[in-house]
Design a protein around this ligand. Structure first.
Ligand code: GLU
Length: 379
């Protein structure tokens, strides 16, 4: 594939409204000295600032906490015990966050540290919470810098690699493009460091068993991912309507290089993030409950508005916050489905009331909408 063809594909990066950039430990931290690659980080921050100037929202998923912390704690090379990696992450994360803050200070960009655990992306309630927090940060103009909360994560409840975490973050944020920057420039038919006949794959349109078979474990020894976790990330991302790109970060200004047509491997999405999410909501087999609306609320919904408690006349069923509910008109016709921001019990208390009374009625400050329009599909 030619530079021009890669440049055309890079439009997926340039035109994404929301972009996630994952940075591997091997790029951030020098393998020998254990020091932060400061200059390189500055060049990436400049690329990200440039994307923001074009109007893009950017989320960073940054590895490197354990690699930075282990050096400061004097832990020896080789595999760390769980407690050691937890300790190393606690020490290294401060340094990592500080480094990101410093490089973004140059561009007057606010950095927000977000540490996630597996539960935050896998449990619906917490997933929705994290999703809203990211939304708010991006709307306020900050760059969320995300890592796994390795200090509290234990073996069973841990991602362990930021490739799949980044893909789940991209899905959670309905991002349109995810760039995995690492020490390899893409996917090959075999490991190119071992097999000289390995052929570069510029584009994956379907993550088949053959593609998964090409991916092997970690090669760099600094991070914990490898090609296998990158392909797994590709699978998650494309299914969520997000294009994914595996590209080398072994050069300054890595995003600019992709935009200019440097080779990388693209995993092409099949639909848009919004469409995929809405399909998923519409396709819920058994909605947990039913909200009946007054005619005014039905009309508002059809105009593309969110559902406010004021327009709801009845709540039925048992559902938790974040579950799918069916939305019906006075005649019982299902007009929409959506993820309810309140449990059935709380929704019942809010029924017919004004959003400004939510805190007084429930004792906590919840969302204004019962179902936000992003979480709502008209049928
Ligand atoms: N979360 C780990 C860290 O910050 C990195 C995981 C990975 O290498 O993918 O050190």
């Amino acid at each position: 594939m030619s530079t021009t063809e890669f440049r055309v594909r890079a439009k997926r990066l340039v035109q994404a409204k929301r972009l996630v950039v994952k940075v591997g430990s091997a790029l951030l931290v020098d393998g020998k000295s254990g020091r932060l690659n400061r200059q390189w980080l500055e060049s990436l921050a400049a690329d990200i600032a440039r994307a923001r100037d074009r109007g893009q929202q950017v989320i960073v998923v940054s590895s490197g906490a354990i690699a930075l912390g282990r050096r400061q704690l004097g832990l020896k090379d080789g595999r760390l015990r769980l407690e050691e990696s937890q300790a190393a992450a606690a020490v290294g994360q401060i340094r990592l966050a500080h480094a990101w803050k410093e490089v973004f200070d140059e561009h007057a960009i606010a950095v927000a540290q977000v540490l996630l655990t597996l539960g935050d992306t896998e449990q619906r309630r917490r997933y929705l919470n994290a999703r809203r927090t990211l939304d708010t940060l991006l709307t306020l103009g900050a760059v969320p810098v995300i890592n796994e909360n390795d200090t509290v994560a234990t073996a069973e409840i841990r991602y362990g690699d930021n490739d799949r975490l980044a893909a789940r973050v991209a899905q959670m944020a309905s991002a349109e493009c995810l760039v995995l920057l690492s020490d390899v420039d893409g996917l090959y038919t075999a490991d190119p460091s071992r097999d000289p006949a390995a052929v570069f794959i510029p584009e994956v349109t379907e993550v088949t068993a053959a593609i998964e078979g090409m991916a092997t474990g970690p090669t760099s020894g600094v991070g914990s991912g490898g090609m296998a976790t990158k392909v797994a990330a590709g699978r998650i991302a494309v299914a969520a309507g997000c294009n994914l790109c595996i590209a080398t970060g072994r050069r300054p200004n890595p995003l600019r290089a992709i935009e200019a047509g440097e080779r990388c491997t693209w995993f092409r999405r099949s639909g848009t993030a919004r469409a995929v999410r809405k399909q998923w909501i519409a396709g819920t087999l058994r909605p947990g409950g039913r909200l009946t609306l007054d005619p005014g609320a039905v009309a508002a919904l059809l105009r593309g508005k969110s559902l406010l408690p004021a327009g709801v006349v009845a709540v039925e069923g048992t559902f938790e916050r974040g579950d799918t509910v069916s939305v019906v008109d006075a005649a019982g016709r299902e007009i929409a489905r959506g993820l309810c921001a309140y449990s059935a019990a709380d929704a019942g208390r809010l029924l017919g009331r004004n959003s400004k009374d939510i805190e007084a009625l429930l004792g906590y400050r919840g969302r204004e909408e019962l179902i936000h329009r992003d979480d709502l599909v008209l049928l």
